[in-house]
Ligand binder design. Sequence first.
Ligand code: FES
Length: 233
Amino acid sequence: MSLASASGSLLRSCARQQLTTSRAALASCQQSRGVADASKASFESPFSSNTTKIPDFTKYSSKKSPRSNQVFSYFMAGSLGLASAVGAKATVQDFLVNMSASADVLAQAKVEIGLGAIPEGKNVIIKWRGKPVFIRHRTQGEIDEANQIDHTSLRDPQADEERVQDPKWLVMLGVCTHLGCVPIGEAGDYGGWFCPCHGSHYDISGRIRKGPAPLNLEVPAYNFPDDETLVIG
Ligand code: FES
């Protein structure tokens, strides 16, 4: 036998032996996997059992009597309600105080004028809420003139008695009803006020008589607390 044929037969016998060993290992592995599969098949899923089982909370429950628990609950609810009401009241109060008029605005809301200082037949102009106010101490002749007019024929029909509380005192805003200029007193075609901006004429009752202004001069809110005092506002 040659050396080459001897080595070939040796290699074949080794390969045969290795193949046998590999087959045995594979069979053993498959067998063990089969066992594992068999054990897995017998595994029980936790979700297949009853999951609505309620835990036991008895160790957390109060040991006191139900009545004392109720008292505590009512006390806490009442205290929180009271605290919330106090907080809400403070918030609303702060909001209202902030929104209300400041002291300087309130001081301007009303103006008091001593009438004794205004002679008959004279005009006085005062400032009220940032606007001029005309105060005229009318003579008897001016009162008669204001009442002689047929007010129904006027552009803004208004009787003189509707515009005054005391015929001697005519009180009106000094703002032209056309575009807001300040009319000039004791001027114009009707002996009242004249607006030079576009030529509006107002009579001795402050009613528009000629020119582009559509309305009479506005009469503000006022009153006479006594014979010598006028309060505007
Ligand atoms: S603003 Fe007075 S007439 Fe135009």
